[in-house]
Design a protein around this ligand. Structure first.
Ligand SMILES: *[C@@H]1O[C@H](CO)[C@@H](O)[C@H](O)[C@H]1NC(C)=O
Ligand SMILES: *[C@@H]1O[C@H](CO)[C@@H](O)[C@H](O)[C@H]1NC(C)=O
Ligand SMILES: *[C@@H]1O[C@H](CO)[C@@H](O)[C@H](O)[C@H]1NC(C)=O
Ligand SMILES: *[C@@H]1O[C@H](CO)[C@@H](O)[C@H](O)[C@H]1NC(C)=O
Length: 480
């Protein structure tokens, strides 16, 4: 089966299509089998992961979906210093899944944006050796023609002194390292993976021309030596093409590892802009004409599939709202991916919710109660208040609405436990939906927690360590 599918893929060539990033930094991730069905029904041919979770990979088995498995940055130093560790990683997280479960693993992402300037160089010494060790391990496992090792990098690894794409080159402080990595990727037939974010440009620079972030061609065009640019994506991608060319690797394949737009948490993060950006991007790449400097299909993974309510908000409150689907797999807006006969996204099937109840501020409680401020900060710190604030989906709530939103967020994240709605006698549980009529603000109900593959079948067992749970399951099955 594995051999057959490898032969088939050699004949057919690498699928392009559209991919999705599947991150799981959520308090209540959807069960992997539901997500795999969501991916398939929406016609995603590829998925990019940030680690190598066993249940996730198991659910992807026999789905045919191309998989990029990920190595988190905090594992880079151990993989850099030991070939044995890299061999173990490949054996456990790649070989086993391919051979015993027919997971279509095609890439290993070594680290995630390890050269971001905000990391202060923490991963500068370990990323390249880790890449080399993973590559050796793939060769040793006999997988190097099927599985390629790459490093997803932020577009901040290159820059243009002249401000136009033709001035593109790698960032001066990491120039030689980047050229060494690029040569290594080229020698091994692996692609360069880059994440491109017009939203972040708009977020961090109030003077950034809004129209240039989108694909409608309404921006003031930017003329370069060989082409004219009407949107930031093309210009940014071509800056990389120029940087590669300048250093002797003009034909290195490029994967856009992440591209997308958030829907909340910032005044420019909203449903309208996200739909406009993602639909514009899909139309822009459909037909496979490429960018001015690089003709041909663009290989890309949307960021992101599903919202993740536990992501760090250090970069900004928008971080938890990148999904084209909400936390529960419901589509956020009309998006035609062009991959199915449907004009819009297809929702997740079989999602189980908690009860229809919410935690809100008691009507008898007073706004000037001294307990309000500390309880709200507590609820927001452990819940999620990124939809409150200027220009966000719940930015128009009144003070009482704000407080209720914070309480409810904490309550839902804690599985609606009675004890999670006991805010110093100023909160109460209600069965009446407090979501304001009209508008974009939603008081959510959480989905049922997922405890891993074994638990779903064993029902009553609480979260067991994975191996133990599987062992118990095996015993039960054997006894039956
Ligand atoms: C396999 O990947 C998982 C998830 O990233 C990681 O926790 C584990 O340590 C890896 N296994 C080995 C043997 O490196
Ligand atoms: C990077 O350095 C800055 C300034 O010295 C510091 O505030 C920040 O916490 C550092 N970040 C990391 C990831 O080490
Ligand atoms: C609601 O909370 C947000 C975010 O904390 C704040 O900016 C806003 O002023 C609050 N609104 C009212 C009416 O208190
Ligand atoms: C809680 O509030 C109610 C009225 O809102 C009051 O009667 C009761 O004494 C309060 N309980 C505590 C423990 O403060």
């Amino acid at each position: 089966m594995v051999i057959l599918s490898s032969i088939l893929s050699l004949i057919v060539g690498r699928v392009s299509g559209i991919g999705a990033n599947w991150g799981t930094q959520a308090s209540h991730p959807l069960p992997p089998d539901i997500v795999v069905r969501l991916l398939k029904e929406n016609g995603f041919q590829k998925v990019k992961l940030f680690d190598a979770d066993y249940d996730t990979l198991r659910a992807l088995g026999r789905s045919g979906i191309e998989v990029m498995v990920g190595i988190p940055n905090d594992m880079l130093s151990s993989l850099a210093s030991s070939v044995k560790a890299a061999e173990k990683w490949v054996s456990k997280n790649v070989s086993t899944h391919i051979s015993s479960n027919n997971v279509n693993i095609r890439y290993v992402a070594v680290g995630n944006e390890p050269f971001l300037e905000t990391y202060n160089g923490t991963f500068l010494k370990t990323t390249y050796p880790a890449l080399q060790n993973i590559q050796s391990a793939l060769i040793k496992a006999g997988l190097s023609s099927q599985v390629k090792a790459t490093v997803p990098l932020n577009a901040d690894v290159y820059e243009s002194a002249s401000g136009v794409p033709s001035g593109g080159d790698f960032r001066a402080d990491i120039h030689d390292l980047m050229v060494a990595i690029v040569k290594f990727l080229s020698d091994n037939g692996a692609p360069f993976t880059v994440n491109i974010y017009p939203f972040i440009s708009l977020y961090s620079d109030p003077n950034f021309p809004v129209e240039y972030a989108f694909f409608d061609g309404n921006a003031q065009p930017i003329a370069d030596t060989k082409a004219t640019y009407y949107n930031m994506f093309d210009a940014n991608y071509d800056t990389l093409v120029w940087a590669l060319q300048k250093n002797g690797f003009g034909n290195l394949p490029i994967i856009v590892g992440e591209i997308g737009w958030p829907t909340d948490g910032d005044r420019n993060g909203n449903l309208e802009y996200a739909r406009r950006f993602n639909q514009g991007f899909m139309s822009h790449i459909s037909g496979g004409k490429g960018t001015p400097m690089r003709a041909g299909p663009i290989d890309a993974y949307l960021f992101s599939l599903i919202d993740e309510d536990s992501k760090s908000i250090d970069p900004g409150n928008f971080e938890r709202h990148w999904g084209i689907f909400y936390y529960d797999g419901q589509p956020k807006y009309q998006l035609n991916l062009g991959t199915t006969s449907s004009q819009s996204l297809i929702p997740a099937q079989g999602v189980e919710y908690l009860e229809k109840k919410w935690c809100i501020m008691k009507s008898s409680a007073k706004l000037d109660n001294p307990q309000v401020a500390p309880t709200v900060s507590y609820a927001c710190a452990l819940g999620d208040c990124t939809s409150l604030g200027y220009g966000t989906s719940c930015g128009n709530l009144d003070a009482e609405g704000n407080i209720s939103f914070a309480f409810n967020s904490y309550f839902q994240k804690n599985n609606q436990l009675d004890s999670a709605c006991k805010f110093s006698n100023i909160s109460t549980i209600t069965k009446t939906n407090p979501t304001p009529a009209g508008g974009t603000c939603r008081f959510s109900i959480m989905i049922k927690p997922y405890y891993g593959g074994a638990d779903r079948r064993l029902g009553s067992l609480q979260k067991l360590p994975g191996v133990a749970a599987r062992l118990v399951l095996l015993l039960l099955l054997t006894v039956v």
